[in-house]
Design a protein. Structure first.
Length: 48
């Protein structure tokens, strides 16, 4: 059985690509942070 990898790391470019695939629009801001030892990307998308 293959378990999902919750510790997988994405580059900022990969995170932005995934975000606009899920929410079409224009990225206006992105940032990275560590929350409880987990890398978190914050991406703001302007939609029409």
């Amino acid at each position: 059985m293959v378990m999902p990898s919750y510790n997988q790391r994405f580059s900022p470019q990969q995170a932005m690509q995934i975000a606009v695939q899920r929410v079409p629009g224009q990225i206006i801001h992105y940032g990275m942070d560590m929350e409880n030892g987990t890398l978190v990307y914050e991406i703001f998308i302007l939609t029409s």
